[in-house]
Design a protein around this ligand. Structure first.
Ligand code: NAD
Length: 473
């Protein structure tokens, strides 16, 4: 069974069923509802690449969901479970996600059916460059219309190869550098993009804990410090979310679930130590001094305050939703909860912060990167020294008028923000504002009693308005 399937309901159908709940609340015209829900175009490519002297044929997809804004945006995933249904579901989630966090993009997603661990760097580079040519020459890659980013199995390295291939195909495109986001900083990437999705997960949780009524409804007190957290997947998203929550918010990471099993410790695991071990040993098995659980998925059912699936889709399904023992489920991965499981969790009163909101930090910072690329200038370059001088004048004026300025205040006032400060500030603001819009929608509408439906209502209202304002042809 592919990851994207669960009890006869595919991933795409599962997303659509969740979206239907929101469309029913909005009493949307069926024609508009249909126009919004389906993917507008899907490209399927098959291409040969010579690997160790033999030709191998690879299959890839790029789905475009909504074009109410351009470019469309969404990651490229390298995994064996990739299929067209999965890519379409993920493209739809991207449209809703961008609308929720007010990022002016439509939704798209790409995937290559491959186990990247089976190929060396040179082979992956040739495969990626060939896939890029297939996408670009068919109109599915350009800074104006369709801009990919990293996702599962891809990262900065693959984005740099995509950029370089596009640049050589279209050297006259002055904005070529914005054809992909999630690039290394020295290739036009923005500082803070690698950590962005995990950072956004942290900001979403922090904002949830600022609302006493919501923490109380979830059966939690409003102090994030000391909360017991279990995380699945210590990849890009899971590692950064766990690291920031542990280092800055002092939560206790009581479980880490990886491919080969899980680690549990009631007194808390050190995220950096486990990450270092996973990088060296390709798994968590053998990590010293803590309990190892062979069937990692069992740890999803262990008691905790916050459960963060940050790996795959459909890991919380009809078979285990009744046994989930967390008060708050924070969906860092895309589609970790099936429609069936979502219904069970709602009945059980478990609070769910949905994927379309929680993991939107990546696309928010990708938006910043794209804007930086189009402006051809790093954020903060024009105003940094000006801000520093302004702060210096304030400090000097206070001192001259006999006021004592504590050294930490003087230091903060005379430091102009750098690019990372600005990116984090913009991301924090986007996650907070989106949460507040979702909460307002939930609180003011008697037909909405969960964050997922509220998030989709927020998104669909914006997308429907964009369609209706220009007319649908
Ligand atoms: P990644 O490839 O960096 O990490 C995935 C991690 O999950 C790896 O550590 C892998 O070993 C682990 N894993 C794989 N199978 C597992 C299993 N059966 N049980 C437990 N762990 C398993 O991927 P990522 O970029 O961190 O993406 C994770 C999820 O977050 C995906 O659903 C992705 O779509 C979503 N997401 C990613 C981004 C981003 O910016 N990277 C943005 C939004 C959403």
């Amino acid at each position: 069974m592919a990851n994207s399937e669960n009890k006869g309901v595919s991933f795409r159908q599962s997303v659509d069923l969740m979206v239907d709940r929101a469309m029913a609340v909005l009493e949307l015209d069926p024609g508009i509802a249909k126009a919004i829900k389906g993917c507008k175009a899907v490209l399927e490519v098959r291409f040969p690449v010579e690997i160790k002297g033999k030709l191998e044929v690879f299959s890839g997809w790029r789905a475009v969901h909504s074009i109410h804004r351009l470019p469309v945006k969404g990651g490229i995933r390298y995994a064996e479970a990739v299929d067209q249904d999965e890519v379409e579901a993920l493209a739809a989630l991207m449209s809703y996600k961008c609308a929720i966090v007010d990022v002016p993009f439509g939704g798209s997603k790409g995937g290559l059916h491959i186990d990247p661990r089976k190929y060396d760097r040179d082979e992956l580079q040739r495969i990626t460059r060939r896939f890029t040519r297939e996408l670009a020459t068919r109109g599915f890659l350009s800074p104006a219309t369709n801009v990919p980013a990293p996702d599962m199995g891809t990262g900065q390295r693959e984005m740099a190869w995509i950029l370089d291939t596009y640049k050589h195909l279209y050297p006259n495109d002055i904005n070529y550098i914005g054809c992909v986001t999630g690039k290394p900083v020295n290739q036009g990437g923005v500082r803070g993009r690698v950590e962005a999705t995990g950072r956004g997960v942290q900001y979403a949780i922090k904002e949830f804990f600022r609302h006493d009524d919501e923490t109380a409804a979830a059966g939690l007190d409003s102090k994030l410090e000391g909360k017991r957290v279990i995380i699945q997947g210590l990849g890009n998203v899971g590692y950064h979310a766990a690291k920031f929550l542990q280092e800055e918010d002092k939560v206790l990471i009581t479980g880490i679930i990886e491919r080969d099993g899980a680690l549990v410790s009631d007194s808390g695991l050190n995220v950096e130590d486990v990450k270092e071990y996973v990088t060296e040993n390709h798994g968590v098995k053998g990590f010293p001094g803590v309990e190892f659980v062979e069937v990692g998925s069992m740890v999803l059912e262990k008691e905790c305050d916050i459960l963060i699936p940050a790996a795959l889709e459909a890991v919380i399904h009809g078979g285990n939703a009744g046994a989930i023992n967390a008060k708050l489920l924070v969906e860092a991965a895309n589609g970790p909860t099936t429609f069936e499981a979502d219904t069970i969790l709602r009945e059980r009163g478990i609070t769910v912060l949905p994927d379309a909101y929680v993991n939107a930090g990546g696309v928010v910072v990708s938006y910043f990167e794209w804007v930086r690329n189009l402006s051809h200038m790093r954020f903060g370059r024009m105003e940094k020294r000006m801000d520093e001088n302004r702060g210096l004048h304030i400090v000097n004026a206070l001192k001259e008028t006999g006021h004592d300025v504590p050294s930490w205040v003087a230091k903060e006032l005379t430091r102009g923000p750098d690019e990372l400060d600005l990116v984090r500030s913009g991301l924090d603001d986007s996650m907070r504002s989106a949460f507040q819009q979702i909460k307002t929608t939930k609180d003011k509408n008697d037909k909405v009693d969960d964050f997922r439906t509220a998030s989709f209502v927020v998104a669909i209202e914006k997308i429907a308005t964009a369609y209706l304002d220009v007319g649908v042809y």
